[in-house]
Design a protein around this ligand. Structure first.
Ligand SMILES: Nc1nc2c(ncn2[C@@H]2O[C@H](COP(=O)(O)OP(=O)(O)OP(=O)(O)O)[C@@H](O)[C@H]2O)c(=O)[nH]1
Ligand SMILES: [Mg+2]
Length: 276
């Protein structure tokens, strides 16, 4: 039964290391309890996965609230090309606004012609201001402007979009550092969060990106996108475990409402519904 389980976990993109860890924990419990039925084993599996996630997610987010001790709360959004950064920012802006927060967006992806436009469209759709400059402008300068504006206007939360960068490109990684440094000139503790966006449908590749990114910059939260469709959600468990970074959001489509707060129990339940 455990061999079978091991195979299920690995084919669900949980990853070898994390799968072995889960199996080991289950073995320990089974050894302690002597005999377990199939249904008990299922329960144990869910418990152990939820426990593993809990080790990296101090708490479940139940609402779209943010820490109240200071504002604006600044989230810098990073990740490789096409993973869903801009879309996730749009969806987050929608949720935060709906929760009554004053949201500012910063178009610090000045690399592609369409990037500023794409974020502006989200800004209009959601009804929140987007701070931007022309294409090719210094992203750090856009970040500076955005934070200045947000601060002056009493914003609650700022989301900064960045160009999709390859984790092995030194220049782009240095640019990220510069953006962070410049932010501090406006708000010393910014960014509050560096959110890495990963495309859940890329499986092991997402693992690789996560490792490379966290080697060059401190990632404090994860958003895993494209878990609608054929993606196997197991990747969420493996990445969170290997990186020791909490998964905060899950993308389930391209629409404004297709973003969910990550909830361990819900997630484990849905994972096993799909598995059957
Ligand atoms: N099905 C699905 N599609 C998504 C999801 N999130 C984003 N997408 C789509 O993925 C594509 C890329 O999304 P973007 O938000 O532009 O990605 P990005 O990381 O900003 O891309 P770059 O700025 O080019 O690096 C778009 O077609 C999005 O609609 C999701 O959760 N599910
Ligand atoms: Mg983008």
């Amino acid at each position: 039964m455990l061999d079978n389980l091991e195979e299920v976990l690995i084919t669900s993109d949980v990853g070898v290391d994390t799968t072995l860890k889960i199996i080991r924990r289950i073995e320990e419990r089974v050894a302690r309890d002597k005999y377990v039925s199939v249904s008990e084993l299922n329960g144990i599996l869910r418990d152990e996965i939820a426990a593993l996630l809990a080790e990296n997610n101090s708490e479940d987010n139940d609402d779209w609230g943010l820490p109240q001790d200071h504002s604006p709360y600044v989230i810098l959004v990073v990740g490789v090309n096409g993973v869903g950064k801009t879309t996730t920012i749009g969806k987050l802006a929608y949720q935060f606004k709906k929760a009554g927060k004053k949201v500012y967006l910063g178009a610090a992806d000045t690399f592609r012609a369409a990037a500023v436009e794409q974020l502006s469209i989200w800004g209009e759709r959601v009804g929140v201001p987007v701070v931007k400059q022309q294409m090719g402008a210094d992203p750090a300068s856009v970040a500076f402007d955005t934070l200045s504006s947000a601060k002056a206007n009493g914003a609650d939360v700022v989301l900064i979009d960045t160009a999709g960068r390859l984790h092995n490109k030194v220049g782009l990684m240095n640019e990220l550092k510069k953006i962070k440094d410049v932010m501090k000139k406006v708000i010393p503790q910014a960014p509050d969060e560096v959110m890495l966006v990963l495309d859940g449908s890329t499986g092991q590749n997402a693992f690789e990106q996560a490792k490379q990114f966290s080697a060059v910059t401190q990632i404090t939260s994860l958003a895993i996108t494209k878990l609608d469709g054929t993606a196997k959600g197991g990747v969420v468990i493996g990445i969170s475990d290997q990186l020791k970074v909490p998964v905060k959001y899950i993308g389930l489509g391209e629409g404004m409402e297709d973003l969910q707060l990550f909830n361990k129990k819900q997630f484990v339940d849905s994972l096993f519904k799909v598995e059957k």
